[in-house]
Design a protein around this ligand. Structure first.
Ligand SMILES: [Mg+2]
Length: 112
């Protein structure tokens, strides 16, 4: 299923996979039960670097360009989400609350 999303006035279609859908709350509970070996903040930075590498190579000019592998990008973005979730959990903030507050902030910003 696809839903329409408006980001910076640019309409995009976002695919939602309901077959194995997991809610923010379910995800946070699952992640919180997993072992944590690193500081989540450092983890976010490291994983952001891995995403940056993929995008950097995708944006290279000419023959040196390496087209981004969306499965690989999905995994790296998931790694960021995992660490964001752990950091939020350390401060007793739910992912659902973060999403709600972010949408409120962005809606208020773009409606003014
Ligand atoms: Mg990674």
């Amino acid at each position: 299923m696809f839903v329409q999303s408006s980001v910076k006035q640019k309409r995009t279609w976002v695919r939602l996979m309901f077959d194995d859908d997991v809610s923010f709350n379910e995800y946070q509970v699952l992640v919180a039960e997993m072992p944590l070996y690193d500081d989540p903040l450092i983890g976010i930075m490291g994983e952001a670097g891995e995403v940056a590498e993929l995008v950097k190579k995708d944006r290279r000019p000419g023959d040196r360009r390496r087209e981004i592998d969306k499965d690989e990008l999905t995994k790296e973005l998931g790694d960021i989400l995992w660490y964001v979730t752990r950091l939020a959990h350390q401060y007793d903030i739910s992912l659902q609350y973060i999403a709600n507050e972010n949408i409120k902030k962005l809606t208020a910003r773009h409606n003014n």
